[in-house]
Design a protein. Structure first.
Length: 202
């Protein structure tokens, strides 16, 4: 219960992610504008969320997110776009390379969810298999992008060593390299035999 409360407190203390309002221009494009009218503050928050000070990078990223948030046979989803921005801001990119990876992650996630949402309306076994394959590839791509971002920040490989220790009732467990007196005598005798063998070979 304590951990659950800590998670809730941590989520509540986070600042609300930056959001956009969309004004439809045509079927494939909508103009983004601040939901509260504070243009300069909103634009600065967008830049910080994307890890850039470049207005061109922000504009390009918003356009790419719009394309990913466009539902099949429908317009651009403002809800999906704001969800993508929240995901990007949670990744906290520090530069344009990390920002581009975060945008790709958001787009891959949106595409995977869109594919999964079509399972209920797909017709036939072949269509189901094709959708399942596409969704699996997109989810693997998302996982690979998350790992790429981790490696970009921290570098190298990550190794996790897991050891299982089974202890019976009234038993004792010792973690580490254990060397008993008996094993020491066996090792000494083995070395002595090896030394005699080498001298005999000469």
């Amino acid at each position: 219960m304590k951990k659950a409360n800590e998670v809730m407190v941590g989520a509540a203390s986070r600042r609300r992610p930056v959001r956009v309002k969309l004004q439809r221009v045509n079927a494939g494009f909508s103009k983004s504008y601040p939901p509260d009218g504070q243009g300069k503050i909103w634009w600065a928050r967008l830049g910080k969320a994307l890890g850039t000070s470049s207005s061109d990078f922000v504009n390009a990223s918003l356009f790419q997110l719009q394309k990913a948030a466009q539902l099949p046979f429908s317009g651009i989803s403002e809800l999906a776009m704001n969800a993508s921005l929240a995901l990007i801001e949670a990744a906290a990119p520090q530069n344009e390379i990390e920002g581009a990876l975060a945008v790709q992650m958001a787009c891959a996630h949106s595409a995977a969810i869109a594919v999964l949402a079509r399972f209920g309306s797909c017709g036939g076994y072949a269509s189901s298999v094709a959708l399942a394959s596409a969704a699996a590839r997109l989810m693997r791509a998302f996982s690979a992008q998350v790992e790429a971002l981790r490696r970009l920040r921290h570098g190298g490989n990550q190794y996790v060593r897991v050891e299982h220790v089974h202890v019976n009732d009234q038993g004792q467990a010792v973690i580490g390299n254990v060397r008993t007196e008996e094993s020491s005598r066996v090792q000494s005798a083995t070395k002595a035999c090896d030394g005699h063998d080498k001298q005999g070979d000469r």
